[in-house]
Design a protein around this ligand. Structure first.
Ligand code: XUL
Ligand code: CO
Length: 440
């Protein structure tokens, strides 16, 4: 087995004063924060598609980075990708990976052959996992790139396409179980529409739920004990993706009785495409008990599409990690870098610089979030702001002791209530966050 990145050794933690670009400044895997190591808190994962396959191709030009891993023949390349992926993860101290079936091994002549070739690769990955202790965070099926999925997979107007997708997902679940993955993701691929003029929305949504029900039934029978995730996204590739945002997905899961088995996989760039903040999507998931996993990346507000950039925005990462800590941390989930280096960042070292940037950003985010909670000013302010619900009429409403008649009596006796309001103090609270961030 050859070494792909001979010039690069294991990335050490050197602290914030180091100017070594191949070192972590803030991510110290074994440092304990609040009773858990940073490694346990953050559960970083490598995305097989961007890192091992993404060569910078965009709609204006061909790839700029060489991701052939020294092989031209597909099966040899798939195997070399495994070696390179494990080398990258070991050198970066990344404990998990996420995959689409076709990132691991491409399509061959027919489904049977494709499955057999995938088995060869997953056998090889199992061997590498045993040698290194690296785990699978989650798997998924690429049911959106082949022309057969042009109108969707679970929401295709063709029942034959639905059946093909089901067969593909069955195998992807088997592969996830084989690799010990504790998550299986449904990202809506082309499950959406371009125009309602040709779309039976009711049937498409029923069918999408049918496909997920089958996945749960089969997965549980086959021994999958982890979480199924839906990854919301409002648009791209279709004009309207059915899994628009977390709130929409919650309605879908509850309508179809899927809420027991599913959690959310929240992606930062998808949140902003939906005109939400990353923190908003996490908060909605957390408040509803559906927080699961995270696809860590960021968009560029001036570009406005799903650029999947490596996350470097510390502010957003801190507010993200605040939500994660408030949710009690990850159980089966983790932080998957669904991120790609920009097309102009095309050299092998850029893979390492990008991951170091992303990992250090979330390490800072964790450190700041922990300090925000420990500091208490934000949480205390919020508690105080809602203190009228702890006693008196507020408590009576919550306890179900006051209805419209009682409240009318109360309001008539009380008179004008503007006096009961206090300032929202947004600027003060933003300054508190700055104060905490910059005193690290
Ligand atoms: C697409 C996206 C996917 C999913 C997995 O926007 O985020 O890569 O994370 O299918
Ligand atoms: Co994603």
């Amino acid at each position: 087995m050859s070494e792909f990145f001979r010039e690069i050794g294991k990335i050490p933690y050197k602290g914030k004063n180091s100017d070594d670009p191949l070192s972590f400044k803030y991510y110290d895997p074994d440092e304990v924060i609040g009773g858990k190591t940073m490694k346990e808190h953050l559960r970083f994962a490598l995305s097989w598609w961007h890192t091992m396959g993404g060569d910078g191709t965009d709609m204006f030009g061909v790839g700029t980075a060489d991701k052939s891993w020294g092989e031209t023949e597909p099966a040899a390349r798939a195997k070399a990708k495994v070696d390179a992926a494990f080398e990258i993860m070991q050198k970066l101290s990344i404990g998990y990976f996420c995959f689409h079936d076709r990132d691991l091994s491409p399509e061959y002549g027919d489904l049977a052959e494709t499955n057999a070739k995938l088995d060869e690769i997953s056998d090889y990955i199992v061997k590498k996992q045993k040698e290194t202790g690296i785990k699978c965070l989650w798997g998924t099926a690429k049911c959106f790139d082949h022309p057969r999925y042009m109108h969707g997979a679970g929401t295709s107007p063709s029942a034959d396409v639905f059946a093909f997708a089901a067969a593909q997902i069955k195998k992807a679940i088997d592969t996830t179980i084989k690799l010990g993955g504790q998550g299986y993701v449904f990202w809506g691929g082309r499950e959406g529409y371009e125009t309602l003029l040709n779309t039976n929305m009711g049937l498409e949504l029923d069918n999408m739920a049918r496909l997920m029900k089958m996945a749960v039934e089969y997965g549980r029978k086959a021994g999958f004990t982890g979480d199924f995730y839906i990854e919301p996204k409002p648009k791209e590739p279709t004009k309207h993706q059915y899994d628009f945002d977390t709130a929409t997905v919650l309605g879908f899961l509850r309508k179809y009785g899927l809420e027991k088995d599913f959690r959310m996989n929240i992606e930062a760039n998808h949140a902003t495409l939906a005109q939400h903040t990353f923190q908003h999507e996490l908060r909605v998931a957390r408040e509803n008990g559906f927080f699961g996993s995270i696809d860590a990346n960021q968009g560029d507000p001036l570009l406005g599409w799903d650029t999947d950039q490596f996350p470097t925005n510390v502010y957003d990462a801190a507010l993200c990690m605040y939500e994660v800590l408030k949710a009690g941390g990850f159980t089966n989930g983790g932080l998957n870098f669904d991120s790609k280096a920009r097309r102009g960042s095309f050299t092998p070292e850029d893979i390492f610089y990008s991951y170091i940037a992303g990992m250090d950003t979330f390490a800072l985010g964790l450190r700041i979030a922990f300090r925000i909670i420990e500091d208490g000013r934000i949480d205390n302010f919020v508690r105080e702001r809602y203190s009228s619900w702890e006693t008196g009429i507020g408590k009576d409403i919550i306890d179900g002791k006051a209805g419209f008649e009682e409240l009318e009596k109360y309001a008539l006796a009380k008179g004008e209530v503007t006096d009961s309001l206090t300032s929202g103090r947004q600027e003060l609270l933003e300054a508190v966050i700055n104060n905490i961030m910059f005193s690290l």
